[in-house]
Write a protein that binds this ligand. Structure first.
Ligand code: HEC
Length: 99
């Protein structure tokens, strides 16, 4: 299912050109697969376990990207070997959407 959604969206993106798509739906798929086990379904983090991403400031795209790529000292893993720049952009669209 994810591959189908992703393939479709990628084809659409290529057709439409970059910068037009809101990738929140793709971001949700990636989030469910990689992030939800700590940050919770719909970003509803189980109390105290991890940062509640619904409260992540929408103005701090660079902070988001760095945290996801490199992780943090307080338990957030680094994802740079597993996620592409497009994946992280889609995740950011999803996080900004607030779930
Ligand atoms: C193994 C558990 C775990 C997984 C999996 C995980 N995180 Fe985290 N994440 C954490 C914890 C714990 C924190 C709080 C760490 C801190 O305060 O520095 C955190 C913090 C964050 C932050 C906030 C960083 C900041 O600048 O304050 C972001 C953004 C984030 N995670 C995004 C993600 C995304 C996107 C994914 C999926 C690709 C993900 N996390 C997967 C545990 C996890």
């Amino acid at each position: 299912m994810r591959a189908a959604v992703y393939g479709f969206a990628t084809a659409w993106l290529l057709a439409a050109g970059p910068g037009h798509a809101d990738d929140a739906a793709i971001g949700r798929e990636i989030f469910d697969e990689h992030c939800a086990k700590c940050h919770g379904k719909q970003m509803q983090a189980p109390a105290g376990l991890a940062f509640d991403l619904r409260r992540f400031p929408a103005t701090e795209a660079t902070r988001f990207q760095q945290a996801v790529l490199k992780g943090t000292a307080k338990g957030m893993p680094a994802w740079q070997s597993q996620l592409s720049a497009e994946d992280i952009k889609a995740l950011w669209d999803y996080v900004k959407s607030g779930g």
